[in-house]
Every structure is written in C-alpha cells, then in structure tokens.
Design a protein around this ligand. Structure first.
Ligand code: PHE
Length: 340
C-alpha cells in the first residue's frame, strides 16, 4: 500500500504542476479525488488489507487524501488568481475615452412657437389666461354673437359631448370668460387647443390657437394693426409688412383678415404666397358692442380689439412645414430638427 501511495504522490505532484486552467483543475479532481479517482480507489482497497493493519493503513490513506485536497485547493486558488488578472487585462476601462452622450429631449415646434408668441405679446403687457377645452354653447357661440342657427356656425362644425356641450372650436370663448371675471382695462392672451371637424394637409381636427383681447376706453383698429405689425416683425423678420383685408366674424365689427408680406420672395410672388406676395396669417377685429354688453361692459364707454392666431399656421410658415400632420406624428427625425 505504501508503495502505491508513493507512486500516486509522484503522479499527483507532476499532475499539479501541469495545471494551468480551470479545465486542467477539473481533470485533476476527477483523476484523484472524484468518485472514480485514484485516491478514492485506495479507500476501496482497504478491504484487502489484513484486519490488524487496517486502522494504521486507513490513517495513512486519510492523511494522504487530505494532503491531496490541500494541494488541490492551493492549485485552485492559483488558477483563480491567474484568470482574474487575465480578465483585468482584457476588461480594462479606458477612462480617457469620451463619455457616451445622454439623449436629451427638446421642445416640440408648436411649444417653441407658442412660447415665442407669448414672449412677444408679454413684452406689450399681455397677461395669460387659459379657458376649458370642453365648453358650453353659450360661451363658444351664443354670447359671442353667434346665435343658434346662425350660418357662421357652419364654419366651425365641431364635436359635441352632449346637447349644448362641445369641444371649443376656437379660443374666443376665453374672451367671454375673461370679461366675466375682470373689469377693463383688459389685455390678455388665451392660448390653447381647439377642435373642428376638419382634416387635410393644412387642417387638423385638433389644433392650437392664441386669442388676444384688449378692452379699454379708446381702442381702435389702429391699435390692432400696430400690435400685430410689431408681432409679425418679431416672428418673421423686421422687413415684414402687414395688410388688413375686410372679413367677417360675428363677434367683431369691423372684422379683418391680416396678411403679411411674403418673407420668402419679399412680395414679388412665389409658390409660398401663390404669386400674390401676401400670406394670410390671422383674423381679428374690433369687439362687437353686443359681445361687450353680453359681459356687462358698457360699449359706449369701452371698446375692444380681438385677434385669433393659429399656432400651427405660424409654425408651418416659420419652419417651412408643408403638411400639418408632421406636427403630430412625433417622428424623431422630424422633431430632432428643432433642437436649440
Ligand atoms: N375665433 C376666430 C376663428 O377661430 C378668430 C378670431 C378671433 C377672429 C378673434 C376675430 C377675433 O376663426
């Protein structure tokens, strides 16, 4: 038995020296300490040893076994360290490399345009007021001098939530809400979403408007033109000129459509202005006396001006966007272009 162990010890030492990977380590375990390993086999041989020698031989075998286990453990630690340092080399982090960029969002072009518009009017002393998107017939139509069955209702066909409750078709009901809540002088902007049963390349069932309302003692059409002229110069450039054309809205009298000189061709005529040199941008007028009276404001003492600007329209003109749906699809390739 002792000769056997001696031979095994030599075999084990040379086996240990040859270990250079996890795989070698496993093979060593199988060969010596596994179920069919040489050291385990020694234990089985113990049965053939004469009975009186068995305790002593058993002790020798056990000592040898724990010696092999210790050596195996040492080899294992050596291999683990080796593999760790190899990994350190391959997985090194180069801290001098530029960091990967965080993806930062940006404001939507409608928001950018809205903020810019608010900025210009705030400079003229306008305050902001926001009304509800779900309105009643009274605020959206009747008190704005659009009686039931008035043909002007056709221009603003909308979505009804219930009888006489609807999605507002314009921000003009904001005029009524402001005049109900506040005595003149009034100078407010009402930005917000509006809804119409309308859809093509330049119209969407939901879009944004910005209402302006000024009520004071001597407000005239000149004030309207002056304010809007200053506004378009800020938005489209200082060379831009304005032109008022007669129009019709039940809640203003006189009513005007406001055109700006084409900023693409300077007024000579191009595809943007359809050869006319002018681009229509908004509607407005002098608040109809009946609308003032509907809100308890004496129309002999006070007069007002009002205007309504389509925010999409301004954004599309400003950025050269030819289809309104681009503003709602939220395609990142489109949106990314508006990053500051
Ligand atoms: N509310 C009108 C529209 O949506 C615009 C407008 C506002 C006209 C204020 C005159 C005065 O078409």
């Amino acid at each position: 038995m002792e000769i056997k162990i001696k031979a095994l010890r030599e075999q084990m030492e040379s086996g240990l020296n040859a270990i250079s990977s996890k795989k070698d380590l496993d093979e060593f375990w199988q060969a010596f300490l596994g179920k069919k390993g040489a050291v385990t086999a020694l234990m089985k041989d113990l049965g053939q040893v004469p009975k009186e020698d068995r305790p002593a031989t058993g002790r020798v075998i056990n000592e040898f076994k724990s010696y092999v286990e210790t050596r195996y453990q040492e080899a294992r630690e050596r291999i683990e360290e080796l593999e760790l340092s190899a990994r350190d080399k391959t997985e090194q982090v180069d801290i001098t490399l530029p960091a990967s960029k965080n993806k930062v969002g940006s404001l939507h072009p409608i928001t950018i345009t809205k903020n810019e518009m608010i900025n210009v009017f705030s400079g003229m002393g306008f305050e902001i007021f926001e009304g509800p998107e779900i309105e009643d017939d009274d605020h959206n139509f009747t008190r704005l001098n659009v009686a039931k069955n008035h043909p002007a209702r056709d221009m603003q066909d909308t979505f009804y939530v219930a009888e006489d409750i609807l999605l507002r078709t314009h921000t003009s009901p904001g005029q009524i809400r402001v005049m109900d809540a506040k005595k003149p002088p009034i100078k407010v902007l009402v930005p917000g979403r509006v809804f119409r049963s309308d859809s093509d390349a330049t119209h969407s069932p939901m879009f944004h408007q910005m209402e302006g309302l000024v009520v004071d003692k001597t407000i005239t059409l000149c004030d309207l033109q002056g304010m809007l002229d200053a506004f378009v110069k800020e938005i489209f450039g200082s060379d831009t000129r304005t032109r008022l054309r007669p129009s019709y809205f039940p809640f203003t009298e006189p009513s005007v459509e406001v055109d700006v000189s084409c900023f693409e061709c300077g007024g000579c005529g191009c595809s943007l202005c359809k050869g006319t040199g002018w681009i229509e941008v908004l509607g407005g007028g002098i608040v109809h006396p009946r609308v003032l009276e509907n809100c308890g404001i004496d129309s002999k003492e006070y007069s007002g001006l009002a205007f309504g600007i389509g925010i999409e329209r301004i954004a599309m003109l400003k950025y050269g966007i030819n289809n309104i749906s681009l503003l709602y699809e939220n395609d990142l390739r489109f949106l990314k272009q508006f990053r500051d």
